[in-house]
Design a protein around this ligand. Sequence first.
Ligand code: KG4
Ligand code: ZN
Length: 371
Amino acid sequence: GIKKFSAERRKALYYNGFRAINSIITDNSLNKPMITLGIESSCDETGLALYCTKRGLLSHALFSQVDLHALYGGVVPELASRDHIRRLVPLTREVCCEASLSLDDIDAVAYTSGPGLAGALLTGAMMAQGLAWAIEKPALGVHHLEGHLLAPMLEEKKPDFPFLCLLVSGGHTQLVKVSGLGQYQLLGESIDDAAGEAFDKTAKMLGLGYPGGAALSKLAEQGDATRVQLPRPMMDRPDLDFSFSGLKTAAITRLKAFSGSDTEQQQFMADLAASFELAVIEVLMGKSRKALKQTGLSRLVVSGGVSANRLLRHTADALQGENVEVFYPRLEFCTDNGAMIALAGALRLSRGESSGLGVSINPRWPLADLH
Ligand code: KG4
Ligand code: ZN
C-alpha cells in the first residue's frame, strides 16, 4: 500500500538523501567502486544499464519502440511516454538480474534529463528520482548528447581527451571539440535537417519505412553511387556547418523525375540510395577533416545513430593512415541506450555532482551550457 510519511519522517529521509550523497563523495576519495544505474527515455528507446567505476559496464537492456511508431511514420510523443512507463520497471529488474545485484547495491541513479521529448523525459526522471529516494541514494540528470559524445569510452579502445567528435544522430549533426568532461566547444552544426533526419526522410520517399536510415544503407549496397549526381552542400565553405535539407530534396526530385519499367525503377532506387549515402558521408568527412586541421586534434570520435553506418565507419577509418586515431561506440551503442547515460552519469557523480530531489527536465538544452 501507499505509505504516508509524517513531516518528521519526510525530513529525515530528505537529509538521508544528502547523507547518501556525502557518503558517495567520501567513498570515492577512497576509490570505492561506485555502481550507477543509467536510464535513457528521451525519445523512442527505453534503455537501462548498470555501470561500475571499477568493473565497467555490468549489464544493459533496451526496448525499442520502433514498431509502435512505424505505423504513424514517425515518433508519436504521447505513445512514447506511455510505453516508457510500461518498460522502465521490468528493464530495471532485468539489468539488476543480469548483473546479479539488488536495488540496494546501486550507489546512484543517472537519467537523461534533456534534450528530448518532454513527456518521455519525465517518465525517466520520475523513475530515477523515485528510485533514488527509495534507496536513499543520489540521482543526477544527464545531457543526452554528452552520453553520445562519451559512448566510445565504454569500449576497450577508449579515446583520451582531447578529441574531435562528429556527432551524427536523428536529431543532431555537430562537430564538437571535447577537451574534458563538460568541456565542449561546438565548432559547427547542421543549419537545417540532421544527417539522420535526412536519411530518414529520403528513406521514407523510397518506401523504406521509418526510421529508414539503416534500410537505406542496406539498399545502397546494391546501388551504383556514381549514377545519380547529387550536390555536396556547404562543402566548399570554410565554416564547419552542415545543411542536408537541399540534398534530401534533390534526391526526392530525382526520384519523382524517373520513369522506367519496374526493374529499372528498382535499380534506380538502389543507385539513388547509394548516391545519397555517399553525398552525406563525403560532406560529413570533408567537414571532419577540416575541423581536425583547424583544431590540430589527432583523435576523432564518431558517435550517434548514424555512426552505425558501415560506409561512414569505413570512410572514417581511412583517416588512420593520416595519423588520426578513430573511435566509435559498438554498433548497439551508436543509437540511444542506457549504457552511455550510466557512464556519463558515473563520471559526473564521481566528481561529486548530483541533482536535488525535485524532478527536473530540460527538453531544449544546448550542449554548450554544460561545464
Ligand atoms: O542517436 P539516435 O538513436 O537518436 C537520436 O538521438 O536522434 O539516432 C537515430 C538515427 C536515425 O535517424 C536513424 O535512421 C539513423 O540514426 N541510423 C542510421 C543507421 N542506423 C541508424 N543512418 C544511416 N545508416 C545507418 N546504418
Ligand atoms: Zn540519441
